[in-house]
Design a protein around this ligand. Structure first.
Ligand code: NAD
Length: 352
């Protein structure tokens, strides 16, 4: 799914209140007018950014939505041209970042991203977009954002449930990176760093969601996990989430949260040594059960049936998930995946 791209270094800053510095960042890029992007739900945040931009604001396009539909992107590109914007500022989660990337892919305008979830899309040159119900994912250097402003104050509004599922979505990038075919010492180090930030920062955030120091810690985790996703190929976990999400129309981050312990358990039997950092960080006795125990402590969703998946859907999901071969440390068998899905459906801990 992922190829490598030659990337320009991204300017990455962390700090409370950074969103107020956007006008300086626009000037730094040599740009004059920024179009601010958001979902309809985060239009207020987009308005704050537009206010901070002053005369560098070209307007707001608040129609970002899940799966980056091409028709929305085309409307946004039309708007960008009409208001003569020469850069975009995406404030939001992976869906808004996706819209900014899709605009940059078509126009090559620079992007400033102000992430408000832990999805990590801002740290990659990967774009997934949907046309006629089909999602296509590819890597292109134009898609890599130029500037990322991690402002922990903005993440304090992320509801607890989404805080947890989004964090587990990020941890999934790092866990799968540990056994990627093209992993390197650097990708291993980033994966470990990302998981450690979440293992230590997420419980603090749940104790006090307004704690901006803890929120910054989790944003550092999001950046490390996103950066590693951009560097190496993903395997079973991401393929399964993609198949389940697409065929059963499931929420992205919740699906990641539920599948993660089971997919990692499946592969831990083939590459226990490569997954040893997961137990170092999340605890004994083995990577899958350790992630399940962490997810349970964080009050994450644990069962596919709680997302409305029916037992009768599992056979078809297993068929779809094993149709096309792809690199994975453990052989991907129909029976193995069906057993995995049963445990994920019930929400039981992976069995050793
Ligand atoms: P999202 O961007 O779809 O956001 C979900 C909802 O939460 C939206 O309504 C949003 O407005 C709201 N929201 C976001 N931050 C908030 C905050 N701080 N406070 C209150 N509400 C907030 O969800 P996501 O999980 O961030 O992104 C998922 C998408 O990102 C998927 O489509 C996925 O494929 C994509 N993604 C892409 C990459 C990549 O590298 N291309 C990486 C990870 C994820």
């Amino acid at each position: 799914m992922h190829s490598t791209a030659t990337l320009q270094p991204t300017r990455v800053l962390f700090g409370a209140g950074l969103r107020h510095t956007v006008a300086d960042e626009v000037a730094r890029l040599g740009c004059h007018k920024a179009l601010v992007l958001s979902t309809p739900q985060q239009c207020d945040s987009a308005m704050q950014v537009a206010e901070a931009l002053g005369d560098k604001a070209a307007g707001i396009f608040a129609r970002a939505t899940m799966h980056t539909p091409v028709n929305v992107t085309e409307d946004a590109v039309g708007h960008l041209t009409d208001v003569q914007a020469d850069c975009v500022i995406a404030i939001g989660g992976g869906s808004t970042t996706g819209l900014g990337k899709a605009i940059a892919y078509r126009t090559d305008v620079p992007q400033i991203v102000i992430p408000t979830t832990y999805a990590g899309s801002e740290a990659t040159a990967i774009l997934g977009q949907t046309e006629n119900g089909i999602k296509t994912t590819f890597t292109d250097a134009r898609v890599q954002p130029e500037v990322i402003l991690y402002d922990p104050e903005l993440v304090t509004s992320l509801p607890a449930a989404m805080t947890v599922t989004s964090a587990l979505n990020a941890i999934a990038h790092a866990a799968e990176a540990l056994y990627a075919q093209n992993r390197t010492d650097r990708s291993d180090a980033l994966a470990v760093e990302g998981m450690r930030h979440f293992a230590e920062g997420l419980p603090m955030v749940l104790d006090n969601p307004a704690d901006t120091v803890a929120r910054e810690r989790t944003l550092r985790g999001a950046y490390a996990c996103g950066a590693v996703l951009g560097q190496v190929g993903m395997a079973l976990h991401h393929k399964l989430c993609h198949t389940l999400g697409g065929s059963l129309d499931l929420p992205h981050a919740d699906t990641h949260a539920i599948i993660l312990p089971h997919a990692i358990h499946y592969n831990a039997q083939a590459v226990p040594g490569l997954l040893a950092p997961v137990t170092d960080i999340f605890g004994a006795p083995a990577p899958g059960p350790a992630l399940h125990a962490f997810a349970t402590r964080m009050n994450a969703p644990l069962a596919l049936r709680d997302l409305g998946v029916r037992a009768a859907d599992l056979d078809r999901a297993a068929d779809l998930a094993t149709q096309k071969p792809y690199p994975n440390p453990a052989p991907v068998t129909r029976d193995g995946i069906r057993t995995l899905l049963q445990a994920a459906w019930e929400g039981t801990p992976p069995q050793r």
